[in-house]
Design a protein around this ligand. Structure first.
Ligand SMILES: NC(=O)c1ccc[n+]([C@@H]2O[C@H](COP(=O)([O-])OP(=O)(O)OC[C@H]3O[C@@H](n4cnc5c(N)ncnc54)[C@H](OP(=O)(O)O)[C@@H]3O)[C@@H](O)[C@H]2O)c1
Length: 271
């Protein structure tokens, strides 16, 4: 009988992280899940540990406790949030919070986990990017910047860790009906008197509509679990509806100004 494999999952208290952790558990993995809202313990067959990816000490404690349970064969990093707002009115601290959670959070956790994987000469690291890691949309600049950073970082990481038997996979989800509004605050300065108010409102409504009518998060979880079972995992795994696959494809082909016109029209047009 083969030994049970262990996966550590960040941001596993809600949304795609929760669904991915559940699918991995269903698939036979020992799952050690981290999130700020967790108390240390076990629920639904999943080990839960408190984890704040913006706090080095919290990451150190998480890794220490997780190692006592089992070393990671795989790490899945889902922790994330966004701030909605115009580039002009999103504050520096708001940009910092998004980058600190989405991008630097991943960097910190990887730095803590890589020595463990290197020592064993194997490991799989899955980083949650987004379609927004490939193209920008209006009023999501902090999030889009953080996901673009992850895309570039992952390319460097994959090349560096390959000699140690460690594989890296970027997951690029399109809209899924899983995200919680709690992690999508509006920039504090956005108000009805904003010069961007009308287009902002229409864009936010479009973003919310697409997410609420998005793909099934259980299917995404199962796809990741199936992929992680493979000996070799792909570097990129886009999990999106056909029209979002098409948007990425078109984005690559069309001149930048034409792309911008199409996306602007899609997000800001009057009904
Ligand atoms: N939903 C989508 O349509 C979609 C599309 C593309 C990409 N994604 C990506 O998928 C991932 C999950 O997003 P989601 O929208 O599905 O879930 P979500 O409901 O927004 O959940 C976010 C998760 O991140 C955790 N988190 C936030 N800040 C954290 C911190 N400082 N330390 C540790 N954990 C933290 C939250 O847990 P606590 O509050 O308990 O810490 C929660 O479990 C994100 O990386 C997101 O960018 C989602």
């Amino acid at each position: 009988m083969s030994e049970q494999k262990t996966v550590w999952v960040t941001g596993a208290s809600s949304g795609l992280g929760l669904h991915t952790a559940a699918a991995l558990k269903e698939d036979g993995w020992r799952v050690i899940a981290g999130a700020r809202s967790f108390e240390d313990g076990e629920a639904d067959g999943i080990h839960r540990l408190k984890l704040d990816v913006t706090d080095e000490e919290s990451i150190r404690r998480f890794c220490e406790k997780a190692q006592e349970i089992a070393l990671p064969d795989a790490l899945v990093q889902c922790a994330g949030m966004l701030v909605l707002g115009s580039c002009e009115e999103t504050g520096t601290e708001e940009f910092r919070r998004v980058i600190d959670t989405n991008y630097l959070g991943m960097v910190r956790v990887n730095r803590a986990v890589l020595p463990l994987m290197r020592a064993r000469g194997r490991g799989k690291i899955v980083l949650f990017s987004s379609i927004n890691g490939l193209l920008g949309i209006p009023f999501q600049s902090a999030y889009t910047a953080s996901k673009h950073a992850i895309e570039g970082y992952a390319e460097c990481l994959a090349m560096e860790v390959k000699p140690f038997g460690i594989q890296v996979m970027l997951v690029e989800p399109g809209d899924h009906r899983s995200g919680s509004d709690k992690y999508r605050p509006h920039a504090a300065a956005m108000s009805e008197t904003s010069p961007y108010a009308a287009e902002y409102e229409r864009s936010v409504a479009r973003i919310a509509h697409d997410e609420h009518n998005g793909s099934d998060p259980d299917v995404l979880g199962r796809k990741i679990a199936r992929t992680l079972d493979r000996k070799r995992i792909p570097f990129r795994k886009r999990i999106a509806s056909p029209d979002q696959h098409l948007a990425v494809y078109i984005h690559r082909l069309l001149p930048a100004k034409l792309n911008a016109a199409i996306l602007r029209q899609y997000y800001t047009r009057k009904k």
